[in-house]
Design a protein around this ligand. Structure first.
Ligand SMILES: [Zn+2]
Length: 259
């Protein structure tokens, strides 16, 4: 069984090398490590440069959206051009509101523009800001590049709007939480070609590691939770989500590359 962790913060793990070793042993063949600000985008690019199964994105998270300035944007763009698979995570977080909303909107719009110029997909963070996230994506013509709503937390309406704009939905370990019946019901309604699995490590560890630090190896539990919700085998779910992840980010198939 081959799995891809489509959303990890490897640079936030205590011992990324040890976590990579455990991930490989658990069948995780590729991982995408996500930039949330300039420093983490640099670290993500470096991790990808030094590991052939690690890929990276660059972005400015809504929590950090107040850290702007032309020098920052120039470096973000240079890092994106150097081989990033996507732009983000970017978006809106009106739950924690750690940056002023005007700054969140501006940073988000700017990253959509960057993704369109570079023809890269977007990694979207949307927390308690569904309507406005969709409005900005539409205004900025994000459908031209698509991407993923990471850690999807909306209902059927938002899911349909995301699908209409060409986006995939990222399923995290929360699908294994006993109370999350809504997400399990939702994924059954979704087209199979639009679901990917992710850890969002070190956050959101799936059952049976809930409450502990998450790591890419645990994407296997998320895949199992998604498989159960969809009523398919873990093997079929892995084949499906791995193919979707490769399409989402344009990741190579390592087996095909060896031929
Ligand atoms: Zn994240």
């Amino acid at each position: 069984m081959e799995l891809i962790d489509t959303h990890a913060h490897l640079d936030m793990l205590e011992d990324p090398e040890a976590a990579l070793t455990r991930a490989r042993a658990a069948g995780v063949v590729q991982m995408v490590t996500i930039g949330v600000d300039l420093a983490s985008s640099r670290r993500a690019a470096e991790l990808a440069r030094t590991h052939r199964d690690v890929f990276y994105t660059v972005g400015l998270h809504p929590h950090d959206a107040a850290q702007t300035g032309e020098a920052l944007w120039a470096e973000i763009e240079a890092l994106a051009r150097a081989g990033a698979m996507a732009v983000g995570e970017c978006g809106l977080d009106f739950y924690r509101d750690l940056s002023p909303r005007a700054a969140q909107r501006e940073a988000f719009a700017r990253q959509i523009d960057l993704a369109r110029r570079l023809r890269l997909p977007l990694v979207i963070h949307d927390r308690d800001a569904h309507a406005e996230t969709v409005a900005i994506l539409k205004e900025q013509r994000a459908h031209e590049v698509g991407g993923v709503f990471h850690c999807f937390s909306g209902g059927l309406d938002l899911a349909k709007q995301a699908l209409d704009m060409g986006f995939m939905l990222g399923v995290t370990g929360t699908i294994t939480y006993p109370k999350n019946q809504a997400l399990r019901a939702l994924v059954r309604e979704m087209p199979k070609g639009r679901l990917v699995v992710e850890t969002d490590c070190p956050y959101l560890a799936p059952v049976p590691h809930r409450g502990k630090k998450n790591e890419p190896a645990f994407v296997a539990f998320t895949n199992q939770g998604l498989a159960r919700a969809m009523g398919i085998s873990a093997e079929d779910c892995a084949a499906l989500t791995t193919a979707n992840a490769r399409r989402l980010y344009g990741l190579p198939d390592p087996e095909a590359a060896d031929v």
